[in-house]
Design a protein around this ligand. Structure first.
Ligand code: CP
Length: 314
């Protein structure tokens, strides 16, 4: 694996290897992450052309726990504002001896463009990690979601997973669906209003449902999504209040799922829109554990890409 651009196409063995490696970083305590020298002397550049709290920060923590040098490009103060192209920026950062780029961009495909460019200029030793591109993919979120599900539920083949809300604009949903299918989950349901579910829902191999009172019945895992207003253009949408009334996860809706169901959310959460506060703060929510697991999963991805983790093939 040279780059991590999507969960689509990753084999079950590769995903399992990433999750097992992440687990090894959490061995001592599943709340603490060890510091290791696996990326000592390497430079990791965080290039976030779109806002982020969790992903940018946990990548930085993960790279530092791997002993890498971390450079956070302040995009708003960079020369992209003066008209420099993305690939010219990359060429300059490669000249500064970048070993890895962690890229978030509002345009689907931007990390692919960078990976192709690096190949073209013969720099296959420089790695790209997609930290979220447009509505396309967010593979490390997908992988940390798989880590979280495995941590709480172990056997994917026994699970029914519901993904609720704005699936249409969600790169997280796509990354989760690909990974869940590869890991052999029993059933995936996507639940939301017709305007916020992808037309290709059935083709994705998932069950499509517009009524959460039906879709949530007997689910083991519920992944809530926020309305991604920044990716909507002219869509006819309900108000936040109407949306919460129909699709917001409340105690009454959660009671339809299995009693031991876990509630996940990639964040940021919008309380009173897609999720009630008592659920977000309740005992079935594992939302903040997802964030912590994200550090170890990102450490695993970076060390495996760099080929520095024990047992990594050259
Ligand atoms: N889950 C996620 O991508 O959150 P951020 O946008 O804060 O990084």
């Amino acid at each position: 694996l040279t780059h991590l651009l999507s969960t689509e196409g990753l084999s079950r063995e590769t995903i399992t290897r990433i999750l097992d490696t992440a687990q090894s970083f959490l061995e001592v305590s599943d709340r603490n992450v060890k510091k290791v020298p696996l990326l000592r002397g390497k430079s990791v550049f965080n290039l976030f052309f779109e806002n982020s709290t969790r992903t940018r920060t946990t990548f930085e923590i993960a790279a530092k726990r791997l002993s890498a040098d971390v450079i956070n490009l302040d995009v708003s103060r960079s020369s992209t504002a003066k008209g420099e192209t993305l690939l010219d920026t990359i060429d300059n950062l490669v000249s500064m001896h970048a070993d890895m780029f962690v890229v978030r961009h509002s345009e689907s495909g931007a990390p692919y463009l960078i990976a192709q460019h690096l190949h073209r200029i013969g720099r296959n030793d420089v790695h790209v990690v997609n930290a979220g591109d447009g509505r396309h993919a967010h593979p490390t979120q997908g992988l940390l979601d798989m880590y979280t599900i495995r941590h709480y539920k172990q056997d994917f083949s026994a699970l029914t997973v519901a993904i609720v809300g704005d699936v249409l604009h969600s790169r997280v949903a796509r990354s989760d669906i690909h990974a869940l299918k590869t890991l052999g989950v029993r059933e995936i349901r996507i639940i939301g209003p017709q305007t916020l579910l992808p037309a290709e829902g059935e083709r994705l191999g998932v069950h499509v449902c517009h009524d959460p009172r039906k879709g949530l019945v007997d689910c083991d895992v519920i992944i809530m999504l926020r309305l991604q207003n920044e990716r909507m253009s002219g869509a006819l949408l309900p108000s936040a209040r109407e949306y919460f009334h129909c699709y917001g996860l409340t105690p009454a809706l959660l009671a339809l799922a299995r009693p031991d169901a876990i509630v996940m959310h990639p964040g940021p959460i919008n309380r009173g829109v897609e999720i009630a506060s008592e659920i977000a703060d309740g005992k079935q929510a594992v939302i903040l554990r997802q964030v912590t697991f994200g550090i170890a999963v990102r450490m695993a991805v970076m060390s495996l890409l760099a080929g520095t983790h024990a047992g990594t093939q050259a």
